[in-house]
Design a protein around this ligand. Structure first.
Ligand SMILES: [Zn+2]
Length: 345
C-alpha cells in the first residue's frame, strides 16, 4: 500500500536542481532516520544512507532535484522574466501558478495569458517561449517586487497540485523523480535480511547533467548500481512509440546502459515474488543517473528501475499507485536477494 501522506510530502518538498537544501534534503533524512545504519550529506548535497552488509557493495540512486525556473530580470513594471533550470517546456507554464522561494519566504506568481477575446489571429498560432513569457507576482514596479523579496536568482517551481484522480491514479507535478525517491525510501525501510552492503543515494542535480550521482558514485565505489527514475508510459500523442503501460508494473530497461546479468537476476526475483515487470528497449545510454554510474572508476554493473508515468516534465504527471507499490516490492526483494555474482556481461 502506498503511504499517500508520505508520497505527497516527498513530492511537494522544495528542491530545484542545486537547491535541494530548500526542503527535500531534510524530508529524506527524516524519512530514513532510524531505518538505516548511517546517513551523511556530501559537499554537493547528496544524501547518502547506508545499510551495512558484507557485500556486494550496491548503490541505489533516486534523484531528489526538480526542474524549475530562476528569475533573471525584473522589469520596471514589476514583471519577472525567468529562465529554466532543467528541461522545462515554457508552454506548460502559461496560465499556471509558480511557487517562488524569496528572501522573505514563499510567494506565488502567475504566468499571464491573453484572454481569447483580445487575441488576434496571429496570436492564436504563437506558442509561449522564454523570451515573451513573464510572471506577474502582483507588484506594479521593480521596487515593489524587490520589497516582496524577489531578486535576480530567486528560484521557483511548479505550484503544488497533488490530485487523486480515482482509486489507483494520481496526477501531480514532480512525480519525476519524487515518486521513485519515495519508492527508494520505502524499499530502504522495508529491507530486512540482506547480504549486500547497501547505499541509498538521494542524488542532486540530475536534471542539469547527472552531477550528484557522479560524485556519489566515485565516493561509494560500488560494484552494482541501480538508478530509480521515472519512464514514459503510453499516453495520448505518443504515436505508438511507447510500450510500457500504466498499471502493469515497474519497468526495467535493456540496452548498453544495463548489465545483462543484473537484468536477468531482476527477472528471476520478479518471477519468484510474482511482481509484474515491464521491459523497455533503450538503445542509447539512459537519461538517468545509471548513465554516469555505469562508467564510474572501473565500471559499475548498472540497471534502471522505473515507475512509468504520463506527461513527463509537466504539472500533470500521472502515475498508477499499483506500479509504485510493485516498484517498492521489487526493489526490496532485489536488494535482499543480491549475493556476490559474476558481473561480466
Ligand atoms: Zn528524472
Amino acid at each position: 500500500m502506498v503511504d499517500i501522506e508520505l508520497l505527497k510530502r516527498i513530492v511537494e518538498a522544495p528542491g530545484v536542481s542545486g537547491y535541494e537544501f530548500m526542503g527535500i534534503r531534510d524530508a529524506v533524512i527524516e524519512a530514513l532516520e532510524g531505518h538505516v545504519d548511517e546517513i551523511r550529506v556530501d559537499k554537493l548535497g547528496n544524501v547518502i544512507a547506508r545499510k551495512k552488509g558484507e557485500g556486494p557493495k550496491v548503490m541505489v540512486a533516486a534523484h531528489m532535484d526538480k526542474i524549475g525556473v530562476m528569475v533573471n530580470h525584473i522589469d520596471k513594471n514589476g514583471y519577472l522574466h525567468i529562465v529554466p533550470v532543467g528541461g522545462v517546456d515554457p508552454r506548460t507554464l502559461v496560465a499556471q501558478r509558480i511557487r517562488f522561494f524569496t528572501e522573505k519566504g514563499e510567494r506565488f506568481g502567475v504566468v499571464g495569458h491573453i484572454p481569447p477575446h483580445l487575441q488576434k489571429p496571429e496570436d492564436r498560432k504563437k506558442a509561449a517561449d522564454w523570451d515573451t513569457l513573464v510572471v506577474d507576482v502582483g507588484a506594479d514596479s521593480d521596487e515593489e517586487a524587490g520589497e516582496m523579496g524577489f531578486r535576480i536568482g530567486t528560484i521557483g517551481e511548479f505550484a503544488p497540485a497533488f490530485t487523486r484522480l480515482n482509486e489507483n491514479r494520481i496526477a501531480t507535478p514532480y512525480l519525476d523523480d519524487r515518486v521513485c525517491l519515495y519508492a527508494m525510501i520505502e524499499a530502504a525501510r522495508a529491507v530486512e535480511e540482506h547480504t549486500a552492503d547497501l547505499y541509498f543515494v538521494a542524488s542532486v542535480q540530475e536534471e542539469v547533467g547527472l552531477r550528484g550521482a557522479r560524485v556519489a558514485s566515485y565516493a561509494i565505489d560500488a560494484e552494482i548500481g541501480i538508478a530509480m527514475d521515472v519512464t514514459f508510459a503510453k499516453q495520448t500523442g505518443d504515436k505508438g512509440k511507447i510500450v510500457p503501460e500504466l498499471g502493469k508494473g515497474p519497468v526495467m530497461d535493456v540496452g548498453p546502459n544495463i548489465n545483462p546479468r543484473i537484468r536477468a537476476f531482476a527477472d528471476e526475483v520478479a518471477k519468484k515474488y510474482d511482481i509484474p515487470l515491464q521491459v523497455e528497449a533503450s538503445p542509447r545510454p539512459t537519461g538517468t543517473d545509471a548513465n554516469i554510474m555505469q562508467i564510474n572508476r572501473e565500471g559499475m554493473a548498472t540497471a534502471v528501475l522505473s515507475v512509468p508515468i504520463r506527461y513527463m516534465h509537466s504539472q500533470v504527471e500521472l502515475a498508477d499507485l499499483r506500479d509504485i507499490d510493485s516498484t517498492v516490492k521489487l526493489a526490496k526483494h532485489l536488494l535482499e536477494e543480491l549475493r556476490p555474482m559474476d558481473l561480466t556481461p
